[in-house]
Write a protein that binds this ligand. Structure first.
Ligand code: PMP
Ligand code: GLN
Length: 379
C-alpha cells in the first residue's frame, strides 16, 4: 500500500535494543530500568486480579486512580484537577500524546516542537494532517530562544509540544520559560501539550516546573505523565493526562476508540500505591541522583565529555575526542565492538545535527553501570 508515513522506519529504541541483544551488549539505549518496581505494587496487582477486578475499567480510568492523581497533582502543583472531568487514564504516555494530538490538530494546522524531540510526536502530527515547525535547541543547555519561538508563531499555529524534564537532553524548563510561552501565545488560540513523564525524576534545585502550576497556561494545556517511569514498570503501560474539562472531553472522544480503557487491576494497584507510599515518588530524585552521580564519576577517566543532567534517567556524552563517525554509526560501532548500546541524538532532529552526542540510560543497577563505565573508559 502507499505509505501514510513514507519516511518512517522502525523506532530507534527497537532498533538499538535488538542490536544490543544480538551482540549481547549492555543495553543503555532504550530507556527502561533493569530492576523491578516496588514489591507492594506487585502485591496489589496480584490482589486485585485474585479479587476479580478483571473486566473493563471505566473508559476514563478507575475512580480510585483518578482521585489519587487529583490529590497528587494538588499536593505537587497547587492545582486540583476534577477527578471526573479533567483526568483520563491512558495506555502509557504514548497513548495520551497520540490522543491529544489527534483531538487537537486539524489538517493544515501548525504544531511547534523543540528538537531534539521525542520520536512519537511527529508521526502523530503528520497523520492528523498537521505541519510540524521545529526549533533546534543547542547543546549543552538546550534552552529555548523565545525570540526565535515568536518568529514561528502564525495564524495557523494550533499546538505547542514541550517536554520537561527533557528526553533526550536531560535539561529542564524553568518557571520563566512558561512565563515566556504564555506571553507569546496568550493572544492566539494556541494549545499546549506538556510531556512531563519524568516529572518525578528532576534534580534541579527549584524542582519540576509543571504546566499545571501556571494558572493561565493550564487552562489551555494537556499535561501528560506515565507511571512506567515513576514506578520502574515501563511494561505496565499506564499513563494519564490532565486537561480542563472541555479539552478532556475532546481527547476522550479519541481515547474511547483508540483503546477505550486501560488494564483494570494495574490501575487499582497504582491507586493503592499512590495512597500508601507517596514517599516512593518523593524520594525518586534522590534515588536517581545517586545513580547519575555514580555513573558520571565512573566515566570521569573516559574520553567522553559528559553534559549536565538536570532530570530524566538519561545522560548525554560527547564523543568528539574519540571518533569522527556520525552518531548513528558510532552507536552501532559502540554496541558491536565495545559492548555498550546507546541512542544517537540526530534521530530526534529534523535538521542535520552536527554534534557528536549519544544518550546513555542510567536507570540500571549499580553493577550494570559499573560494567558499562569500565567498557566506555577503554575507548
Ligand atoms: N514521552 C517521553 C519523553 C518518553 O521518554 C516516553 C517513554 N520513554 C514516553 C513519552 C512514553 O511513555 P510510556 O512508556 O508511558 O508510553
Ligand atoms: N521512551 C523510551 C526512551 O526514550 C523508550 C520508549 C519506547 O521504546 N517506545 O528510551
Amino acid at each position: 500500500p502507499e505509505s501514510k508515513l513514507p519516511a518512517l522506519g522502525t523506532t530507534i529504541f527497537t532498533q538499538m535494543s535488538q542490536l544490543a541483544q544480538q551482540h549481547q551488549a549492555i543495553n543503555l539505549s532504550q530507556g527502561f530500568p533493569d530492576f523491578d518496581g516496588p514489591r507492594y505494587l506487585q502485591e496489589r496487582l496480584a490482589f486485585h486480579v485474585a479479587n476479580g477486578a478483571n473486566q473493563y475499567a471505566p473508559m476514563t480510568g478507575v475512580q480510585a486512580l483518578r482521585e489519587a492523581i487529583a490529590d497528587k497533582t494538588a499536593g505537587l502543583y497547587g492545582h486540583k484537577p476534577d477527578a471526573n472531568t479533567d483526568i483520563t487514564v491512558t495506555a502509557g504516555a504514548t497513548e495520551a500524546l497520540y490522543a491529544a494530538i489527534t483531538a487537537l490538530v486539524r489538517p493544515g494546522d501548525e504544531v511547534i516542537c523543540f528538537d531534539p524531540s521525542y520520536d512519537s510526536y511527529a508521526p502523530a502530527v503528520t497523520l492528523s494532517g498537521g505541519v510540524l515547525k521545529r526549533i533546534a535547541l543547542q547543546p549543552p543547555f538546550f534552552r529555548v530562544d523565545w525570540e526565535e519561538f515568536a518568529t514561528l508563531l502564525s495564524p495557523r499555529t494550533r499546538l505547542v509540544i514541550l517536554n520537561t524534564p527533557h528526553n533526550p537532553s536531560a535539561t529542564v524548563w524553568r518557571k520563566s520559560d512558561y512565563a515566556a510561552l504564555w506571553q507569546a501565545i496568550k493572544q492566539h488560540e494556541v494549545y499546549v501539550l506538556s510531556d512531563e513523564v519524568y516529572e518525578h525524576i528532576c534534580f534541579a534545585e527549584e524542582g519540576h516546573a509543571s504546566v499545571l502550576a501556571h494558572p493561565q497556561l493550564r487552562e489551555r494545556a494537556v499535561a501528560v505523565s506515565s507511571f512506567g517511569k515513576t514506578f520502574h514498570m515501563t511494561g505496565w503501560k499506564v499513563g494519564y493526562c490532565v486537561a480542563p474539562a472541555a479539552l478532556s472531553a475532546e481527547l476522550r472522544k479519541v481515547h474511547q476508540y483508540l483503546t477505550f480503557a486501560v488494564n483494570t487491576p494495574a490501575q487499582l494497584a497504582i491507586a493503592d500505591m499512590l495512597r500508601a507510599q507517596p514517599e516512593h515518588y518523593r524520594e525518586l530524585p534522590d534515588f536517581y541522583r545517586a545513580r547519575r552521580d555514580r555513573f558520571v564519576q565512573a566515566l570521569a577517566d573516559s574520553r567522553f565529555e559528559i553534559l549536565p543532567c538536570e532530570g530524566t534517567y538519561f545522560l548525554l556524552a560527547d564523543y568528539s575526542a574519540i571518533s569522527d563517525l556520525d552518531d548513528v554509526s558510532f552507536c552501532q560501532w559502540l554496541t558491536k565492538e565495545v559492548g555498550v548500546a546507546a541512542i544517537p541524538l540526530s534521530v530526534f532532529c529534523a535538521d542535520p545535527f552536527p554534534h557528536k552526542l549519544i544518550r546513555l540510560c542510567f536507570a540500571k543497577q549499580e553493577a550494570t553501570l559499573d560494567a558499562a563505565a569500565e567498557r566506555l573508559c577503554k575507548v
